[in-house]
Design a protein around this ligand. Structure first.
Ligand code: 2P0
Length: 325
């Protein structure tokens, strides 16, 4: 085989990953849990490089320079070492996100790249094993090796193999998200830097591992029972607790913008009006509203009073990575 193309979807954490215990191996402080979304994905083509002795990389039609490619090359080295095939490759990656999304995601990117590497280098890893490799590109990519509701287990000590993802429910029922795009600009403080700063300086961070363990223990049976309000309440509270630890860092920081608060208030008003929906936010100002997919259009209409419709995207649950060609 000379070329392969994979598509992988992004995921949104309902129980957040915030902090590494081993930076080199991307081993997290806590386990986390996410929902994979079908509207946001990366497609990556990987082929043997016959034009150059180095790896080359085209992202969204732009040729990247040697510095930008270094991280990708180091990632691919894991598959070269595993297979014993030390050949350079060309990577062509395209992020498929709605106009103005600002959701180009390292999760879908490294899940797609790991899947394509596994195919081209013939390493035959299972998705569970592959998730431990995707993790070393970006923590959240671990969870994009599966669809539906997926847990990323924190694992044991410094054992890389023990920190993998596992799907716990296909999410093939009435659930989805409305993504509210507040700002499409590149975030000012990366997740990596934000989490390090929080661990080092936030007095609240020491409470984080314990509260995540409690939330995971409660949300897993709620998912099994398809108890949507309980899932939503736990997810919203977990996100706010993560942001509280971030705000309490020194110097204080926040990923929120004024419009993020507007979006949170719309969700609260909708709930008061009897429509169950819950918000979550990551290392950026965008707000994701967890809802019944069957009520997503109605919820979107309520948001259209404050946000133009091109900033509102409904997504159902997504699948794990799959081969396109
Ligand atoms: C998550 N986030 O669980 C959390 C919640 C953002 C907030 O995973 O440093 O890009 O590459 O492992 O995966 C975003 O962090 O960070 C993230 P690295 P990543 O989705």
């Amino acid at each position: 085989m000379d070329t392969t193309t994979y598509r992988a979807y992004t995921n949104i954490a309902l129980i957040k990953y915030w902090g590494k215990r081993n930076k080199e191996l991307f081993l997290p402080v806590t386990s986390s849990l996410s929902l994979t979304l079908n509207e946001f994905y990366t497609e990556t083509t990987l082929e043997w490089n016959t034009q150059s002795n180095e790896d080359t990389f085209t992202l969204d039609g732009q040729i990247l320079d040697i510095n930008a490619i270094e991280k990708v090359s180091r990632f691919i080295n894991m598959f070269r070492d595993l297979s014993g095939i030390h050949r350079p490759v060309h990577v062509k990656s395209t992020n498929h996100v709605p106009t103005a999304a600002g959701l180009a995601s390292s999760a879908s990117a490294f899940a797609a790249l790991a899947s394509a590497c596994n195919d081209l280098f013939g390493t035959n890893l299972s998705n569970k094993e592959l998730s431990t490799y995707a993790r070393r590109g970006s923590g959240s990519a671990t969870r994009s090796l599966f669809g539906g509701f997926t847990v990323w287990h924190k694992g044991i000590g410094d054992e890389s193999d023990s920190s993998y993802a596992e799907m716990i429910d296909e999410a093939d029922w009435d659930i989805g998200m409305l993504v509210v795009m507040i700002n499409k600009e590149q975030k000012k403080i990366s997740s990596r830097v934000g989490m390090e700063h929080t661990i080092k300086t936030s007095p609240f961070y020491k409470l984080w591992p314990e509260t995540v363990a409690e939330d995971l223990e409660a949300i897993i049976p709620a998912i099994e029972n398809r108890d949507f309000p309980t899932i939503g309440q736990i997810a919203e509270h977990n996100a706010m607790k993560m942001h509280a630890t971030i705000i309490a860092a020194d110097p204080s920081m926040t990923y929120w913008e004024p419009e993020s608060l507007t979006a949170m208030n719309i969700v609260r008003d909708l709930r008061e009006a009897g429509i169950p929906c819950y918000f979550t936010m990551d290392a950026g100002p965008n707000v994701k509203v967890l809802c019944r997919l069957s009520q997503a259009e109605e919820i979107k209409k309520a948001f259209e009073k404050h946000f133009s419709s091109d900033r509102l995207v409904i997504s159902g649950p997504g699948k794990g990575p799959h081969k396109i060609s």
